[in-house]
Ligand binder design. Structure first.
Ligand code: KE4
Length: 431
């Protein structure tokens, strides 16, 4: 596969941009080799600057539930651009998208739009601290909530991939207010609360973790968190930036049947444009400026382009709930194909999937948390990633991410992917 131009652009990029990328995981650091530069995406495919075609399973890290560049999103953007790209004033579009989000996610009574998942999560914990007048938060090893200081304490995703679980530049004082629990382990949460009685403002969790690979929470664990938060006056925050509108119309909270106090959203609600949101109980959300004393702001929050694309996607999902059945059928078809391939090489690798987000771990141990995810052989994963890339299949350039299926992936795409994986695993394990 000729990647001459990608190599040229990466060398250029390294002269002007830290690591040659605008987000670390894109740099292929944990799978070695140079990243490919993408020029164009359409449906289930994208095309690099050397004109190579790939079946894309990243979908811009989650937003492209309906594939790259669907015509109806383009049309929504063309219409919005005609009116102007940003005003810094309230617009009707913001009212419309707020109503749709509130309609689709029952736990959300009021919502504030922001410009990234990080802005959503950092605002949500500030709000929880303002509401409870307590300082500490509990997050879980392996969960990633964006790059705000309070979260870069054993984060998963990029930081985990880079093998640097605590970021430089985060002060000791900041890290003192972030407590780390073990995912799917309620006792660690109870112990943290016991040691920090009446100091914990919020527990923030990815109810379906997608940043240590895919690791779903046990329902009993989530129920236990809900009970603890009710008993201890702690705000329960579901970070559904990735799972929101992906695993179900109402996100992971719909699957669990458990309501958080606050939810953070991103990715899909922007249709691929920069967007995030946080929302939840009215009594908490009304503390957000200007209606209350918890400050939060953003020049481009609710901007017409992102709102137009996001509204187009959310309206589509509302009007076509059958999307989730299609996604489930495609995802289970692909997963079964992968499992058949594993049987051929007599490997029983851990395989976690919730709807259209999934991850195969290069370990035969069950993966239920950060520690067991780390048992994966990341060197072999790197080899696997490149074998698949050479065959025109683009998986996550890290063992500790998810792959995403969209409604644009055809049976032909899935069959080609299953065949490519069979050949890749055979090459690695010399069947
Ligand atoms: P952003 O600030 O990157 O928009 O969102 C941060 C975030 C928050 N919460 C969850 C559950 C997330 O998955 C993310 C971001 N996800 C990563 C993918 N693992 C973004 C990819 C990247 O960092 O380039």
């Amino acid at each position: 596969m000729n990647t001459t131009l990608s190599t040229y652009f990466f060398n250029e990029a390294n002269r002007y941009i830290p690591g040659g990328v605008n987000s670390p995981v894109r740099a292929f650091k944990s799978v070695a080799g140079n990243p490919i530069f993408i020029e164009r995406g359409l449906g289930s495919k994208f095309y690099d600057v050397d004109k190579n075609e790939y079946i894309d399973y990243i979908g811009s890290w989650g937003p492209h539930l309906l594939g790259h560049n669907p015509q109806f999103i383009k049309e929504a953007l063309f219409e919005a651009v005609e009116n102007g790209v940003s005003f810094g004033t309230p617009t009707e579009l913001e009212v419309k998208i707020a109503k749709v989000i509130i309609d689709m996610v029952p736990s959300i009574e009021k919502v504030r739009m922001v410009n990234s998942g990080t802005e959503a999560t950092m605002s949500a914990i500030r709000l929880a601290r303002g509401f409870t007048k307590k300082d500490k938060i509990i997050k879980f090893e392996g969960c990633y909530h964006g790059h705000a200081d309070s979260f870069l304490i054993k984060a998963g995703s990029g930081a985990l991939t880079l093998g640097v679980p605590t970021s430089h530049g985060v002060t000791i004082n900041t890290s003192k207010d972030t407590l780390i629990g073990d995912y799917n382990n309620l006792n660690t949460v109870k112990n943290l609360i016991l040691k920090n009685k009446d100091h914990v403002a919020a527990i923030i969790i990815e109810p379906i973790a997608g940043n240590m690979g895919v690791v779903p929470a046990d329902k009993s664990f989530i129920k236990g968190l809900r009970t603890i938060c009710d008993e201890e006056d702690i705000v329960l925050i579901f970070d559904e930036v990735m799972s929101g509108f992906r695993v179900a119309k109402g996100g992971a909270q719909e699957l669990f049947g458990i309501k958080p106090d606050l939810t953070t959203l991103g990715k899909i609600i922007g249709g691929g444009l920069p967007v995030g949101a946080f929302g939840g109980k009215k009594e908490i959300m009304d503390l957000v400026a200007p209606s209350g004393p918890v400050y939060q702001a953003g020049t481009l929050s609710g901007n017409p382009l992102a709102m137009s694309a996001g509204l187009a996607v959310l309206n589509y999902l509302k009007e076509n709930p059958g999307v989730y059945k299609t996604l489930e059928e495609s995802s289970s078809y692909l997963a079964n194909g992968f499992k058949d391939n594993l049987k051929k090489i007599k490997k029983n690798f851990a395989f976690n999937r919730v709807g259209s987000m999934m991850c195969m771990f290069f370990t035969e141990e069950k993966v239920t948390d950060f520690k067991t995810a780390l048992k994966s052989d990341t060197l072999v994963y790197g080899r696997y990633f490149h074998e698949m890339l050479k065959k025109g299949v683009y998986f996550a350039p890290s063992q500790f991410e998810a792959i995403f299926i969209s409604t644009a992936h055809t049976k032909e795409d899935l069959d080609k992917t299953i065949k490519a994986q069979d050949e890749a695993l055979s090459a690695i394990y010399k069947k």
